[in-house]
Design a binder for this molecule. Structure first.
Ligand code: SF4
Ligand code: SF4
Length: 453
């Protein structure tokens, strides 16, 4: 089998051994969940429930303030009573409105949709089902899945890519899901192919997961809707799971600067998203559970788990999830390269939480920043062929426009430059702040323009 890759990138220690090959274990149902009302990239949601109201697992509890394609509803992940609706700290460290549900009664009560045959319903009905099921990209960004599947007219798509690369250290949940739910994965891909009218798809996996290839191949032979679906092996190289890198590795095409995968004729969906899509049609299930890896040196029971959205590590029984609190120095939501450090084990699991890494001092880099020694390592290794050092210098000098000219908006925030920098300069952290400043500036400009009108 040919092994594909993109240029540049870095080789990282994978640190996956603690959970590699482990099945997905169901978390015992928690006494309480804290469900953020806004978990997607797009227009804001509002709560549909009030304090004291009884809710059932699967019931819609939040939807868009105004109707529109860029909103995705949120559903109750346990049955019980709404105890509070208040701002709480979310996994991206911002305060956001959350619905707190206290568990009550048997948890097998569910309010799902009726199953829907994706091959006989209209494209509009299929996209509505994906939206109503609350499905967003589960690989991290939280972009509404139904929007990705409806590219604007004029964009010619000829390939669907299932992203199973999982290049972040520690994380093994995509591999576990592809192993346990290979049938749902292929069904999800077939649904997406039907919706988009694309007749070719490839499942991209890194070489270190090639043991699952025979399993997927067997499922492809069994699945009657499989069509032209193949497996693309990629080199184990960070950030192979970035959409742009995966497209280049599997097709040789480049996504243009400032462009999207559709500009290279591709739609990329995370394998977890495809599984959720299949469940939404065949089981009528909204996105209310999340598969994720919990690992790191301070986790004495590392495992792949399935948790109701809104659950938190602190509420999991110690016999299920044991933490070495004395050694715990950092809690990461997501992987160590692109994840976010959070302050507390009470932070709720969200739709896009692929992992929680509980790190010890030995696993973290806490060195002081030094001056740039102009070694060029950040430039040589940037997966997007940018000049991180120039972007950083521009931001340090307060010149946002020059940073944009140097490629700030093309940076995928993979963190590779920060990892490679011998001076330990927090490059990617500055780029994130720089992008926030840019967004703020654009908002202010839009407000000023609106006032002038
Ligand atoms: S500049 Fe951006 S894309 Fe390039 S290595 Fe750094 S974080 Fe990754
Ligand atoms: S890797 Fe670090 S020290 Fe080297 S040029 Fe880039 S910013 Fe400077």
């Amino acid at each position: 089998m040919v092994v594909n890759s993109f240029k540049r990138g870095i080789h990282l220690p994978t640190r996956k051994r603690a959970t590699e090959g482990k099945p997905i274990e169901q978390v015992p149902y928690p006494k309480q969940v804290v469900i953020p009302v806004n978990q997607h990239f797009g227009a804001p949601n509002r709560s549909l429930v009030s304090v004291g109201e009884k809710v059932v697992r699967g019931q819609k509890i939040a939807e868009g303030v105004t109707p529109g394609p860029m909103t995705v509803p949120v559903h109750a992940s346990i049955s019980g009573t709404v105890a509070k609706i208040e701002p709480r700290t979310q996994s991206n460290n911002t305060e956001g409105l959350c619905v707190v549900i206290e568990a009550e009664g048997p948890q097998d009560r569910e309010e799902f949709f009726p199953p829907l045959d994706p091959f006989s319903c209209t494209t509009e009905d299929a996209l509505t089902r994906i939206r109503e099921a609350g499905i967003i990209g589960m690989g991290g960004a939280g972009f509404p899945a139904h929007v990705k599947l409806a590219p604007p007219p004029g964009k010619h798509i000829d390939l669907i890519i299932a992203n199973g690369a999982e290049c972040e250290p520690y994380l093994t949940i995509d591999e576990a899901a592809m192993t346990a739910k290979s049938q749902l994965l292929i069904q999800g891909l077939a649904i997406v192919m039907k919706i988009t009218g694309v007749n070719r798809a490839v499942i991209g996996v890194e070489e270190n997961k090639k043991s699952i290839v025979p399993l997927i191949e067997r499922e492809l032979r069994l699945e009657k809707f499989a069509g032209d679906i193949s497996i693309g092996l990629c080199r184990t190289r960070y950030p192979q799971g970035g959409e742009k890198m995966l497209i280049t590795a599997l097709t040789g095409r480049e996504v243009p600067s400032g462009g999207l995968p559709m500009d290279a004729g591709c739609i990329v969906q995370n394998v977890g998203t495809l599984i959720a899509i299949a469940e939404a049609f065949y089981r009528g299930k909204p996105l209310i559970d999340r598969d994720l890896t919990v690992s790191g040196g301070a986790c004495t029971t590392p495992k792949n788990i399935r948790a109701p959205i809104g659950a938190c590590i602190k509420d999991m029984p110690v016999e299920f999830m044991d933490i070495d609190h004395a050694r715990l120095v950092k809690i990461l939501f997501g992987g160590p390269m692109m994840g976010t450090a959070v302050a507390s084990l009470e932070t709720p699991i969200q739709k896009n939480t692929s992992g929680i890494i509980l790190m010890t001092r030995e696993e973290t880099i806490a060195e002081e920043e030094g001056p740039c020694i102009r070694c060029g390592r950040c430039i040589r290794n940037c997966s997007c062929s940018l000049s991180p050092v120039i972007m950083n210098n521009s931001l340090e000098a307060g010149d946002l426009d020059y940073a944009v000219k140097a490629g700030l908006l093309d940076c995928i925030e993979c963190g590779g430059c920060t990892y490679m920098c011998p001076a330990r300069i927090k490059l990617v952290q500055r780029f994130r702040v720089g992008k926030q400043r840019l967004r703020l500036r654009q908002q202010q400009a839009a407000q000023t323009a609106a006032v002038k009108k």
